[in-house]
Design a binder for this molecule. Structure first.
Ligand code: NAG
Ligand code: NAG
Ligand code: NAG
Ligand code: NAG
Length: 456
């Protein structure tokens, strides 16, 4: 304690002299006599601590070189709505302080020391994208080696702004930037550099990130453009951090159930249209799908229009379209069985052509037989036509028994009507098949489109 004042005075004398005499680094050698008895003498470093307020250089026209590196230790959250990435970094800064210098041989072989960071000048490096105040924990220390090289590591929770594009959700990749720059010092005073390669940073980060969370680190790139603000040029280092979402959760919870529901909806076309089960079934599916969408809404990004929303809308519209088709076919069948309107000639020939192209050609000569010939062969699998076929012999019997004219005409009318019903039923089934094929085509093309979009 008593030796403190003379020591300091001699040190300051030493400083002034050395500054006058060209300011060589050697003059700032720390006197460590007594380190072996009393530990590190704070007085020996007092001169350095007193300079804390100023950038530690001997010649002020020489910029301070600061080497930057970082380790990404966690990706905590990606918020698409606010466009924020919350991550945890360990930032490493290395620079030289020419006022710290000692000879390890004289100083009981001490090669490096830890010093409280608050006692020293620290470069004001910050991350430009950061949208939160620096939450550096207090009481950090730095390593100083005997040549005055200072190594300062600080943990940082960084909430940085990042241009998030969720169009490809859940198969999306994001490219977020961390721009390290000095807040105040221009290139004349501070130059940034790196002592590690980017791949080293990437490898360390990959090993450190233990969490198997939603995001996976793909790679880190860097660029070093200088930033011009007004007439001041600032040095900066930009790191592009590419991260990818792990999509399994979303595939299992969103895409697969949705796909299954559409598949069931497609299969329900095989339910017979006459049974009347098809429409209720499809309505139930539609309801179920709506409930599913409501429940899974939380998993979707809160903003933007990702492709997955388009996919859901597509699934929903496919279901609605298939329900509409069912309603149309049910209406047609109802119309056909209750009050069949006269069938236009063109529709009739089209029907014949489409249902039985070969037969219609071979029997074209026998007009009368053709009409009757088609009906029984085409209709056995249908409900009403079966009844119709059953009725026909009975009407034939009645004819043989020699009924009066009016009954005969009535019967003929009845036969013709049944025939018309048969034709309309046949037409309805044809429409059903045709629309089902169109639906399948639409389904296939939309699946292909979505898959192609997702892969680009
Ligand atoms: C170092 O300090 C001691 C006293 O603590 C003093 O006796 C010695 O002369 C100093 N050495 C130098 C090189 O200034
Ligand atoms: C400081 O550095 C500048 C540029 O390197 C040089 O021109 C100047 O002479 C130096 N001044 C002193 C006192 O060494
Ligand atoms: C910074 O890194 C460069 C390149 O690795 C190295 O030459 C230089 O000495 C380092 N400077 C500091 C202050 O660490
Ligand atoms: C990230 O974006 C920057 C430009 O903004 C680009 O140079 C870099 O290559 C991108 N990185 C990846 C992995 O896409």
């Amino acid at each position: 304690m008593e030796g403190g004042w003379p020591l300091m005075r001699s040190f300051f004398l030493c400083l002034t002299v050395s500054l006058l005499l060209q300011g060589r680094g050697d003059s700032f050698t720390i006197n460590c006599s007594g380190f072996d008895q009393n530990g590190v003498d704070p007085a020996a470093f007092q001169a350095v601590f007193d300079r804390k307020a100023f950038r530690p250089v001997i010649n002020y026209s020489i910029p301070t070189h600061v080497n930057i590196s970082f380790t990404l230790s966690a990706i905590l959250e990606v918020n698409a709505q606010l466009q924020l990435l919350t991550s945890f970094l360990w930032m490493d800064l290395v620079w030289d302080n020419p006022f710290i210098n000692w000879n390890p041989k004289e100083c009981v072989d001490i090669n490096k020391l830890t010093i409280s960071a608050e006692k020293l000048w620290l470069p004001d490096i910050f991350i430009m994208e950061s949208m939160d105040v620096d939450q550096t924990p207090p009481g950090l220390t730095v390593y100083v080696n005997s040549e005055g090289r200072i190594k300062y590591d600080k943990p940082m929770r960084v909430t940085s702004i990042c241009n998030l594009d969720i169009f490809y959700f859940p198969f999306d990749q994001q490219n977020c930037t961390f721009t390290f720059s000095s807040f105040l010092y221009t290139v004349d005073s501070m130059v940034l550099g790196m002592d590690k390669e980017v791949w080293e940073i990437t490898d360390t980060s990959r090993n450190i990130i233990q969490t198997q969370g939603e995001w996976e680190l793909l790679g880190i790139n860097k660029a070093t453009p200088k930033m011009l603000v007004g007439s001041n040029l600032y040095d900066q280092i930009m790191f592009y951090v590419a991260i990818r979402r792990r999509p399994t959760l979303y595939v299992i919870n969103l895409l697969v159930p949705s796909g299954f529901l559409v598949a069931i909806d497609t299969l329900s076309f095989y339910l017979p249209a006459e049974s009347g089960n098809r429409a209720p079934f499809k309505i139930t599916l539609l309801l179920g799908y709506n409930v599913f969408l409501l429940m899974m809404n939380d998993l979707l990004p809160a903003s933007g229009t990702p492709l997955i929303s388009v996919y859901f809308a597509l699934c929903l519209s496919l279901m609605v379209v298939s329900l509409m088709e069912t309603i149309f076919i049910t209406y047609l069948l109802q119309l056909a069985t209750s009050e069949p309107p006269p069938m236009p000639q063109w529709l009739h020939s089209l029907l014949l052509h489409c249902t039985n192209p070969r037969k219609c050609c071979s029997t074209a000569s026998q007009e009368g037989n053709k009409v009757l010939g088609v009906t029984p062969t085409q209709l056995p699998d249908l409900k009403e036509p079966v009844e119709l076929v059953g009725k026909m012999p009975s009407s034939g019997e009645a004819e043989l028994n020699g009924c009066p004219e009016s009954t005969r005409a009535q019967q003929e009318h009845e036969v013709q009507k049944q025939h018309l019903v048969g034709l309309w039923v046949q037409f309805s089934h044809m429409m059903d098949t045709l629309l089902f094929r169109l639906y399948l085509l639409f389904l296939a093309s939309s699946i292909v489109t979505v898959v192609v979009l997702w892969n680009t």
